[in-house]
Design a protein around this ligand. Structure first.
Ligand SMILES: O=c1[nH]c(=O)c2[nH]c(=O)[nH]c2[nH]1
Length: 291
C-alpha cells in the first residue's frame, strides 16, 4: 500500500483588519475579515518537516496589514487580487493563492440630522464577501453576500406537495416567507466595476424576492438567480443558500380566538434549507473558482 500527500493548502484564517482613512475631518472605515490560503509545492514540510518552502502564516497575516497601509484597501475584490498576486509572484514554490474576505458594514451615526464625521453604528450582520483565487497568472473572483435577512408577510403559498403517513403540514395559499440569503456569484470577463456590480446584484435579489409571487422558496431562489443573470452579463453563475425561516400560525382556538394570519411563532430550528445554482449554459469554465 502506498500512501501519499493529497491536495493541501495553508494560510492565516480570519485576520481582523480595520482601516481608518481620513478625508480632512471625515473618517472612512473598512472592517474586514481576511483569510489567506497558499497552494504549491509544499510536500517537504508535510513529509519531512523541512520548512524551507513554508511562507509562515504569520508572514501572511503581516502582509495583509502592510498592504492595507501601503495603498488604500479599496474594493475587497481588488485587495484580494493584490494579495493573491503578491504571494504567487513573490514565492516560486507558491503556485496558487486564495484570499477570502468578508466586509462588515458600518453606517454613519446621524447627529441632528447630519451624518457624523467619525461615529458609526452596525445596523445588521449582513456581510459583503469575496473569494479570489489566483493560479500562476490567472484569476477567478467569486463575490457575494451573507446574512441578508428578508421577510414578506404575504405573496407566498406552498401546496401541492406529496402526502404520506408522515405528512402533517397544512397546505397554504398565504404564508410568511422569510430567509437569510447567502449568495455567491462567479464573475467572468474583465474590467468589472466591483462596487456597482455588487450594489446592482443586491438590489435585484431584494426586488425579486419582494415582487415574485412565491409558490415555493425553491421557485423564489431560481427567480432571484435568473434575474441576476438576465441583468448582469459579468455574472457567469450564482449560487444561493436560503434557510426557510418558518413562521407558524399560532393556534389561538383554545382561547376562543381566531387567527387570521396575524399571530405567528417564529421558529429558529429546525429550518428548511433550500440551496441551488443558476448558471448560463455558455458560462466561462469555473477553473478552481469554487475549490
Ligand atoms: O417553500 C417551501 N419549500 C419546501 O420544500 C418546503 N417544505 C416545507 O415543509 N415547507 C416548504 N416550503
Amino acid at each position: 500500500m502506498a500512501i501519499k500527500l493529497g491536495p493541501n493548502q495553508y494560510g492565516k484564517a480570519e485576520v481582523r483588519l480595520v482601516t481608518v482613512t481620513r478625508a480632512g475631518d471625515v473618517h472612512h472605515l473598512k472592517d474586514l475579515t481576511v483569510s489567506t490560503a497558499l497552494r504549491g509545492d509544499l510536500a517537504k514540510t508535510h513529509l519531512t518537516g523541512d520548512n524551507s518552502d513554508v511562507v509562515a502564516t504569520d508572514t501572511q497575516k503581516n502582509t495583509v496589514y502592510a498592504f492595507a497601509k501601503e495603498s488604500p484597501v479599496g474594493e475587497i475584490e481588488d485587495f484580494g487580487l493584490r494579495l493573491a498576486r503578491h504571494f504567487v509572484g513573490r514565492f516560486g514554490q507558491i503556485t496558487g493563492a486564495r484570499i477570502t474576505i468578508d466586509e462588515h458594514a458600518w453606517d454613519r451615526i446621524t447627529v441632528g440630522g447630519r451624518p457624523h464625521d467619525h461615529a458609526f453604528s452596525r445596523s445588521s450582520d449582513e456581510k459583503r464577501t469575496t473569494v479570489v483565487t489566483v493560479e500562476d497568472d490567472r484569476a477567478w473572483v467569486v463575490s457575494g453576500l451573507r446574512d441578508l435577512v428578508v421577510l414578506k408577510s404575504t405573496g407566498s403559498e406552498f401546496h401541492g406537495f406529496p402526502r404520506d403517513e408522515y405528512t402533517t403540514l397544512a397546505e397554504t395559499d398565504d404564508r410568511i416567507l422569510a430567509t437569510a440569503v447567502t449568495a455567491q456569484w462567479r464573475y467572468q470577463g474583465s474590467d468589472i466595476d466591483w462596487r456597482k456590480s455588487f450594489a446592482e446584484i443586491r438590489r435585484i435579489l431584494l426586488e425579486t424576492f419582494a415582487t415574485k409571487h412565491s409558490l415555493s422558496l425553491q421557485q423564489t431562489l431560481y427567480a432571484m438567480g435568473e434575474a441576476v443573470l438576465e441583468a448582469r452579463g459579468e455574472v457567469a453563475e450564482i449560487r444561493l443558500s436560503m434557510p426557510n425561516k418558518h413562521h407558524f400560525v399560532v393556534d389561538l382556538s383554545p382561547f376562543g380566538l381566531t387567527n387570521d394570519n396575524e399571530v405567528f411563532h417564529a421558529a429558529d430550528r429546525p429550518y428548511g434549507l433550500i440551496e441551488g445554482t443558476v448558471l448560463r449554459d455558455d458560462a466561462e469554465d469555473p477553473g478552481p473558482a469554487w475549490q
